[in-house]
Design a binder for this molecule. Sequence first.
Ligand SMILES: Nc1ncnc2c1ncn2[C@@H]1O[C@H](COP(=O)(O)OP(=O)(O)OP(=O)(O)O)[C@@H](O)[C@H]1O
Ligand SMILES: [Mg+2]
Length: 513
Amino acid sequence: MDGTLFVGGGGPDYSEKQQLLLGYANRHGLIAGATGTGKTVTLQILAEGFSAAGVPVFMADVKGDLSGLAKAGSPDSKLHEPFTSRAAKIGYDDYAYAAFPVTFWDLFGEQGHPVRTTVAEMGPLLLSRLLELSEAQEGILNVAFRVADEEGLPLLDLKDLQALLVWIGENREKLSLRFGNVAVASVGAIQRRLLVLENQGGAAFFGEPALALSDLMRTDTEGRGIINILAADKLMAAPRLYSTFLLWLLSELFEELPEVGDPEKPKLVFFFDEAHLLFDGAPKALVDKVEQVARLIRSKGVGVYFCTQNPADVPEDILGQLGNRVQHALRAFTAKDRKDLRLAAETYRDNPRFSTEQAIREVGTGEAVTSLLERKGIPGMVERTLIRPPASQLGPIEVSERKALMNTSALAGKYDHTLDRVSAYEILQKRAQQAAQEAARAEEVAEEQETSAREYNSARRYSGGRVTRSTSRAPKAPDTFGSAMTEAVIKELKGTTGRRIVRGILGGLFKGR
Ligand SMILES: Nc1ncnc2c1ncn2[C@@H]1O[C@H](COP(=O)(O)OP(=O)(O)OP(=O)(O)O)[C@@H](O)[C@H]1O
Ligand SMILES: [Mg+2]
């Protein structure tokens, strides 16, 4: 068992053990197949296997059926018989029901610990993608991030970005001189997109306390990897938020984790379910970046497993990097289906025993055409593999069981309450207040001067016009943010937030700077 993860049985009678080598598990993977062919169970048994090997896992639960990982399967289940006979068939002698350590997460904070990040960390590129901005609008967003950087305005939550955009609208003439046309229509369009995001519940996702990546990379007292399950059922209603969030998470992992070269097992395995959402209508620039992150994140010890119905959904450059593959059945109804099938089959190392293409069409439920990396990272010859049955419960746990796990989680309480620090919104608001106060004061001064001038003039006989050329101070609003910032805020900026805002070169991968 050492250094391997048992996937199922292959060979002519399904008795040959098919194993994923943990040392190559960071060379990414693919789980594909038509609906109802066994993808979710495969996801579940892989998560079990990684956890048992001490590897933490992150996965999104799109249909709400992965929470069963937290509970042992039961001999009373009607699946007990098919599961045990399958186990016997594949020579899975130590098959036993078991529960796994699970932490639940939820962008909306309902079915798990809230997951948040800051607007600054999301960066303009991903945010543009999230908001589906046009090129011109993306340009404005870049200006906004630049201005925030220069002026030391932390962009934490959506309120901050909204306030900054208002400010940009007000100062568009001055900004246009530096950055080119800052059209009020574009600013307005971004504001409307932000409203849509708010209506989808996206506001909850931006703010603090932001997710600490180390909280996704924990093991339990027995050394098992924690399986982090992100509730994604509701999130699926906002597919852009879903895919952008996962992409953000990948880029953060990439930025923050140290290089480890080729570890004996991954530091984290990341399952990207419904991966087609990531690539649907994605601009080439984004696909290139995903490709780049996938390529580079390997050496940080993170394995990324894309799950999708059709491997044709995954761009070729990325598909080429997915070394460990579990291909469940594909349908071949239409001409396009058949073409996709042929293309999918072509990417495998053939097994003389059968035709890959035919096997992909024929495999039964819970069976798959697998190709797992061999020593030296050589793609394994394809095998028809009967995937092992799960040790944990198939299907969701009860809401009450989930609540109980959330309450006793080691992270209970850590993320529950939002923290609203002084950031762009507050600074701009304060600045506006001060400007208003100063204007009022200036008005008073002007009034006083006018009165005294009138008195002076009336005391003289002929030279009433002169005083109007007075050099007295004109009402003047402070024109740097700095003047409105308190010491405390400046100090704050020198801390983590400031550092994050201007984060450097690798941050540029997704931050678009
Ligand atoms: N490895 C397996 N061992 C035992 N039974 C399995 C296995 N894989 C699949 N099954 C059976 O097949 C059913 C369907 O599998 P699963 O839910 O994984 O399909 P799916 O591809 O995720 O479908 P969908 O696209 O609808 O999500 C399971 O409920 C289970 O009964
Ligand atoms: Mg499924």
